[in-house]
Write a protein that binds this ligand. Structure first.
Ligand SMILES: [Zn+2]
Length: 481
């Protein structure tokens, strides 16, 4: 709501507030006559969601408690802008000075901050109405266009220069005025924008010469910061841009936008885009307790365990979905465990435990995140796993030859039998000198049905590569599985 007199209002939104109560609160706070004015509530879906949707996705309207609740639920995890419009446009206590649009930002603390844009309608013959469609559309600049502030105007200009492949320079810039020209001093292209009044944040284009009279438009090409590149990347490729190689991004940006950026800048831009979409690694770890809590709430029966150190920093994580927990009783009592390195900023290791169904298909059981594969971390993981998989003689735990796993299994699952994964074993054989040659024999030995057959194949292995046969014997044939 563009409202000079009522200005901003803080509207507290408590948990469980009904839609009708919210409507009443807005009427009261902005002094709008309820009987003759109907309010319309709507909000745009957050940018992170819109990225995967068609460009013309309309705003979401809120008319009842159910829609209001789902909006409140959504804004617990991401900021939303609630737009409240007065339908017939006659405001109770204020007879003039409004453009009937209200923008409220609802923050996750269940409080709404209602911002009022500061525009006076009385000057409307000189200043255009503020429509939201005039905002955010970087790359399009018109005379008489409004910008929320100087930063938004500068941003639009930067995007424009990239889109049109020219370089510009700031000729004048202070709190009230911004003049930007083409890098070629003889060129007439220019934009002049001024602040509307001292208290307002709005910038208004007062002069715009859209035509370049220079011939050097592509000399040097436009310049872009990593932030601009990251924005372009997301705009053009959405989430798939996050996994593109910097070399590829660089060549596309060069072709499309004439940008000639250094490798490090492109790499940084991709990291910034990742942070924007996925959040920073720090914030992701910080959200883990809440996420785990919600996971258990949404999937009753899910097991989640988070271990922190004495300074409340992340140490270990374990989780197993309710479906995995419930289904294990129908699986073969074979648990395969393994760890793999994580490549994120904080590294660490992802631990996985799977079972097998009657048809030897992989059945996911549990996941863990720990600092490294060692006895302490595996022991912690197995201790959590005991709530799903109990120890007894019919259980087989299979892993690679990691000593830490062997020790931890012996401690936590003393009754269970242990097996060595022959897939890992064969991979180890292949990586050793002459290993590739005898790998096939090893595979046949693994599949051997009788001891005699096995002995025969193994003596051939011994004959061909004595060193590797010793290695294989060390790996304890009885544990092969
Ligand atoms: Zn020019």
């Amino acid at each position: 709501m563009v409202n000079t007199r009522a200005r901003s209002r803080l509207l507290p939104i408590k948990e469980g507030l009904k839609f009708d109560e919210m409507v009443q609160m807005v009427h009261e706070n902005f002094g709008i006559n309820r009987s003759s004015n109907e309010l319309e509530f709507s909000y745009a879906l957050p940018e992170s969601m819109l990225r995967d949707m068609p460009k013309d996705t309309p705003p979401v309207f809120v008319n009842n408690d159910r829609q209001w609740d789902s909006m409140c639920e959504m804004c617990k995890s991401m900021p939303l802008r609630l737009c409240i419009s007065v339908k017939n446009g006659i405001l109770g206590n204020h007879d003039q000075g409004f453009n009937h649009e209200d923008t409220a930002t609802v923050n996750p603390e269940d409080t709404a901050v209602v911002k009022s844009k500061n525009v006076n309608r009385q000057d409307s013959n000189q200043e255009p109405e503020v429509e939201d469609s005039n905002f955010h559309d970087a790359k399009v600049i018109k005379k008489g266009q409004w910008f929320k502030n100087k930063a938004e105007l500068s941003w639009s200009l930067r995007m424009l220069s990239i889109e049109r492949k020219f370089r510009m320079v700031v000729s004048k810039s202070d709190k009230k005025l911004l003049v930007v020209k083409c890098v070629d001093t003889s060129c007439k292209w220019m934009v002049r924008a001024a602040k509307t009044n001292p208290t307002s944040e709005f910038f208004w284009e007062t002069k715009y010469i859209d035509k370049h009279t220079c011939f050097s438009r592509n000399i040097g090409g436009p310049r872009a910061s990593s932030r601009v590149i990251s924005k372009l990347l997301l705009e053009n490729f959405g989430n798939s841009g996050l996994n593109m190689k910097p070399e590829l991004i660089s060549s596309i940006m060069k072709k499309r936008n004439g940008l000639d950026s250094k490798y490090w800048k492109i790499w940084k831009a991709r990291e910034e885009a990742r942070t924007e979409v996925l959040g920073s690694p720090e914030s992701s770890y910080a959200q883990l307790p809440v996420y785990m809590h919600k996971l258990v709430m949404a999937n009753p029966g899910t097991i989640a365990s988070l271990e922190v150190d004495s300074e409340h920093r992340f140490k270990y994580l374990f989780f197993s979905f309710a479906a995995s927990v419930k289904g294990f009783k129908f699986m073969r009592r074979v648990v395969v465990v393994d760890g793999t390195f994580l490549k994120g900023k904080f590294k660490g290791v992802l631990l996985v435990a799977t079972a097998q169904d009657g048809d030897s298909h992989v059945y996911p059981l549990a996941f863990g995140i720990v600092d490294a594969e060692n006895e302490a971390s595996w022991e912690w993981f197995f201790n959590r796993l005991t709530s799903i998989v109990t120890d007894d003689a019919s259980l087989v735990v299979i892993s690679d030859r990691c000593l830490a796993i062997a020790k931890a299994v012996a401690k936590v699952y003393p009754l269970a039998q242990r097996g060595i994964c022959t897939y890992h074993l064969r991979k180890n054989v292949i990586s050793q000198p002459g290993g590739r040659k005898i790998a096939r024999l090893v595979k046949t030995a693994i599949k051997a049905y009788t001891t005699a057959e096995f002995d025969l194949i193994f003596s051939e292995i011994r004959r061909q590569n004595h060193k590797l046969s010793v290695y294989l014997e060390d790996a304890d044939v009885h544990l092969w599985s």
